[in-house]
Design a protein around this ligand. Structure first.
Ligand SMILES: Cc1cc2nc3c(=O)[nH]c(=O)nc-3n(C[C@H](O)[C@H](O)[C@H](O)COP(=O)(O)O)c2cc1C
Length: 396
C-alpha cells in the first residue's frame, strides 16, 4: 500500500491531508475531531494580537453560501462550484487561553496528528510576544498567518492589508521561534513569489498558499451587501484553479515545501495540488460542509488511487505536472489541425451553440446545427455549450 507519510523539518505527518485554520479547528475539542476524522494535522484557528481584538467577536450569522442549496439533487449531490462568504477573523481566545488550549489539543491528539498554532500580529512587538508564548507550548509547529483577507478593513494593519510589512514580521518571528514554522501568505498581492522566497530566506519550514480572497455580494432589492453588510472572506471550490496556479508558479522557484489548499472539494483536487508541487494539502470548506471525516475518506481514496497507479509515496506524485505546464508564450497557436462537426444522430437543433457562436458559423436547419467550416474560428465554444454533447472535435 502507498505510504502517505510526509516529514518536514523533523515533524512527521501520518498523511499529508490536514485541516486548515478556521472554524473546524476552533479549539482543542474540535482539533481532536479533525484528527479522529483522519487528518494528518490541524492548524488551530488563528490567534490575533490584542490590537486586533475586535476580530475575536463576530456577527451572527456569519456564514453565507451562494449557489449551494440550489443545486439539483442537493443534498445528496453537492455542487462542484459555489461561494462561501464569512466574517470570522480569528480565535475568540486571548493570548493565555489560546496557549492553554493548544497544550490541551496536543494532550488530546498525542502523536496521532500534528498540532499547529497559528499567529497573526499587527506590530512586531505583538508578533514577538505571541512567538515567545507559543515557544513554551506543546505545539508541534507554528504558522505565521500573514493572510487575513480583511484585516485592513477592520482598521488593523496586518494580513492582506499589510503585505509591505510581511517581511519585517516574518523576520521578527524567525529570530524568536524555536519551533518549525510556515508562513501563510495572501493571494491579494500581485507577487506571491517574492513573499514565498522571503519566507524561504527567513528559514521557514514551509509556505502556506491556501489563503482566500475577500469579497462582497449586493442584494439589489435592499441595495445593501448580503449578510452582515461588509466585505468578508470569499472562497469556495471555484478558486481551485487560482490556487493551483500560485502553487505551480511558486513550486518552480522555491525549494521549501508548500502547504496548498485553496478550493479543495474532493480528493482529486488534493491530488492535483500534489502534482502542482504541494507537499501538504489543507482543507477547510470541505470539512465545514462535508464533515470532520472528509479527510479520512480522501486519504483512503488517494491511497487506493496511488496503489492502482503504482505510486509508492507522495514524493512520486509531487510536482509531476510541472514539466507539462507551459508558459502562455510557449502554447501552440493558430489552427493546429482542428475541425468541428455535428453528430446528426444526437443534435436536437436546440440552437444553444448558435447563440454562443461569435463568428456566425452555425445555422440551425431542419437537420439540426450546421457548422460552416469557412467561417468557423475553431474556438471550441459550441463544443463546450452543447447540452447533448453532439459536437465533435476532429483533430488531423
Ligand atoms: C470560516 C473561515 C474562517 C477562517 N479563519 C481563518 C483563520 O483564523 N486563520 C487562517 O489562517 N485562515 C483562516 N481561514 C482560511 C482557511 O484556513 C483557508 O486558507 C481557506 O478557507 C481556503 O481553504 P478552503 O478552500 O479549503 O476553504 C478561514 C476560512 C474560513 C472559511
Amino acid at each position: 500500500m502507498a505510504d502517505l507519510n510526509v516529514e518536514i523539518s523533523g515533524i512527521k505527518f501520518k498523511n499529508p491531508i490536514i485541516v486548515g485554520s478556521a472554524t473546524p479547528t476552533w479549539d482543542s475539542k474540535r482539533i481532536k475531531r479533525c484528527i479522529e476524522g483522519g487528518a494528518g494535522g490541524a492548524i488551530a484557528k488563528s490567534l490575533f494580537g490584542d490590537s486586533a481584538a475586535i476580530g475575536r467577536k463576530y456577527p451572527r450569522p456569519r456564514f453565507k453560501l451562494f449557489n449551494y442549496r440550489e443545486y439539483p439533487g442537493y443534498p445528496e449531490d453537492l455542487p462542484d462550484s459555489f461561494t462561501l462568504r464569512s466574517l470570522e477573523e480569528c480565535s475568540s481566545f486571548g493570548y493565555e487561553e489560546y496557549m492553554k488550549d493548544i497544550n490541551k489539543a496536543k494532550e488530546l491528539v498525542k502523536d496521532d496528528g500534528v498540532v499547529v498554532a497559528s499567529l497573526s500580529g499587527s506590530t512586531s512587538e505583538e508578533w514577538q510576544t505571541m512567538c515567545q508564548m507559543v515557544n513554551e507550548t506543546k505545539a508541534d509547529w507554528v504558522e505565521l498567518n500573514n493572510s487575513c483577507p480583511f484585516a485592513a478593513d477592520m482598521g488593523v494593519k496586518m494580513g492582506a492589508g499589510a503585505v509591505d510589512l510581511t517581511k519585517e514580521f516574518v523576520h521578527t518571528c524567525s529570530q524568536v521561534l524555536k519551533k518549525p514554522f510556515s508562513v501563510k501568505i495572501t493571494p491579494q498581492t500581485s507577487d506571491s513569489m517574492s513573499l514565498a522566497k522571503m519566507a524561504e530566506e527567513e528559514g521557514a519550514s514551509a509556505v502556506n498558499l491556501s489563503a482566500r480572497l475577500s469579497g462582497i455580494m449586493i442584494d439589489i432589492e435592499t441595495e445593501s451587501p448580503i449578510g452582515w453588510q461588509s466585505i468578508g472572506g470569499y472562497g469556495g471550490p471555484y478558486l481551485l484553479g487560482y490556487g493551483l496556479k500560485t502553487v505551480f508558479q511558486v513550486a518552480k522557484e522555491v525549494n521549501i515545501p508548500i502547504i496548498a489548499g485553496l478550493g479543495v472539494w474532493k480528493w482529486q483536487d488534493a491530488v492535483s495540488y500534489f502534482m502542482a508541487g504541494a507537499s501538504i494539502v489543507q482543507t477547510v470548506t470541505a470539512v465545514m460542509l462535508q464533515g470532520f471525516n472528509t479527510t479520512g475518506r480522501w486519504v483512503k481514496s488517494i491511497e487506493a488511487w496511488m496503489d492502482a497507479k503504482g505510486y509508492k509515496s507522495i514524493n512520486d506524485i509531487k510536482g509531476i505536472a510541472l514539466e507539462n505546464i507551459k508558459k502562455t508564450s510557449e502554447v501552440e497557436r493558430g489552427y493546429p489541425g482542428v475541425q468541428f462537426s455535428v453528430n446528426r444522430d444526437i443534435c436536437t437543433g436546440c440552437g444553444v451553440c448558435k447563440k454562443s457562436c461569435m463568428y456566425e458559423a452555425i445555422n440551425i436547419t431542419k437537420v439540426g446545427a450546421v457548422i460552416r467550416d469557412d467561417l468557423c474560428d475553431r474556438c471550441g465554444m459550441c463544443y463546450e455549450v452543447c447540452p447533448e454533447r453532439a459536437i465533435n472535435i476532429n483533430k488531423f
